[in-house]
Ligand binder design. Structure first.
Ligand SMILES: [Zn+2]
Ligand SMILES: [Zn+2]
Ligand SMILES: [Zn+2]
Length: 338
């Protein structure tokens, strides 16, 4: 990384340049592409940037819409398919059992779809507008450690990152998630975590109910040449395994469409549950440590934020201010300790 030069006082016979933040003319000892203004604290970066290619932006938006559509269709299939496949059996056990599971399915469906909608279709969190560009308006350290977003043509705080897929600067950006077609930032991070919680609980419920219902309609396994007393040699164990797999596959072919849907729901819900549990665990660990995924991969300075349960409580307890302790300058960290 290039050296950051702080210009505290004009030096005669140096390189003259201009601060984008306060508009003051600065004299640097020599030409440097990155420097910090001694008055407003803004960081100027004169390095050339790669221009955004139009088709690359459109491709990423298209990819997001495909993922979001697939995910929505999958959720609707799990809800409708699960109800169609499992509810006749649940209602056959008793009317009360059917009603009980109807209520659970309703609650889980509403919580999953509503948290998904809030995470996906709500703005991830635009940073507040800052006055910039002229000396009398921008005061001393008024833009401390701010950089300039060339895409949005506006100041960008250390807690803000520009997302090229969303085409905007996002406050406390965690990552861009193609499955919700949106960034995860200050305004929707809690909804995203709620969505992950809801998916983990819902898929656990789907796997339990589909296993229970599947056992009732699964045809009995018919084994051939399986000798339980002779499976301790490698060849005999392989033969036994082959017999079990063959019996499983031949039974699966006898399954009704309902049974096949239950089998698919079991495999899909277990796979999704494992993947989302890992993601949720990773997210909770970052919140516990008081950082975001972007901080984690870029090793950015996140100030004096200590790991601890207080970060988790703040994150879930105070909707809009909670994320201030995530990322940001050391000032933000200090103000939260008061
Ligand atoms: Zn300045
Ligand atoms: Zn931007
Ligand atoms: Zn984004």
């Amino acid at each position: 990384m290039e050296e950051l030069v702080e210009c505290t006082s004009p030096i005669p016979e140096g390189h003259e340049t201009k601060c984008w933040g306060c508009g003051l003319r600065l004299l640097l000892p020599s030409y440097t592409p990155i420097f910090k203004c001694g008055w407003c604290g803004a960081i100027t970066n004169l390095n050339p940037r790669n221009c955004e290619v139009r088709w690359s932006y459109r491709w990423r938006r298209l990819r997001d819409w495909v993922f979001v559509t697939i995910l929505l269709l999958f959720m609707l299939f799990v809800i409708c398919g699960g109800v169609w496949a499992a509810f006749p059996l649940l209602f056959s056990i008793s009317f009360f059992c059917g009603v009980f599971h109807s209520i659970i399915v309703f609650i889980l469906s509403v919580s999953t779809l509503s948290s998904f909608s809030l995470a996906a279709f709500r703005s991830a969190g635009a940073p507040e507008n800052m006055l910039w560009g002229s000396y009398p308006i921008v005061g001393k350290v008024g833009l401390e450690d701010y950089t300039f977003c060339v895409y949005c043509a506006r100041p960008k705080s250390p807690r803000t990152h520009h997302c090229r897929t969303c085409g905007m600067c996002v406050l406390d950006m965690d990552h861009h998630c193609p499955f919700i077609g949106n960034c995860v930032g200050a305004a929707n991070h809690r909804h995203f975590i709620a969505f992950l919680f809801s998916v983990v609980i819902s898929t656990a419920y789907v796997s339990i109910v589909s296993t229970y219902a599947g056992f009732h309609i699964w045809p009995p396994l018919v084994y051939e040449s399986l000798d339980p007393l002779n499976i301790f040699s490698t060849a005999a164990a392989l033969r036994a395994l082959k017999a079990v797999v063959q019996a499983f596959l031949s039974s699966a072919l006898l399954l009704s469409p309902r049974g096949l849907v239950l089998l698919y729901l079991l495999i899909a819900s277990l796979s999704v549950e494992i993947g989302i549990s890992v993601l949720l665990w990773q997210q909770l660990r970052f919140i516990y440590e008081g950082k975001t995924y972007i901080n984690h991969i870029s090793s950015l300075n996140i100030g004096n934020v200590e790991s601890g349960w207080q970060n988790i409580f703040r994150f879930f307890g105070f909707p809009h201010r909670a994320s201030r302790f995530l990322l940001g300058s050391s000032n933000a960290g200090k103000s939260h300790k008061k």
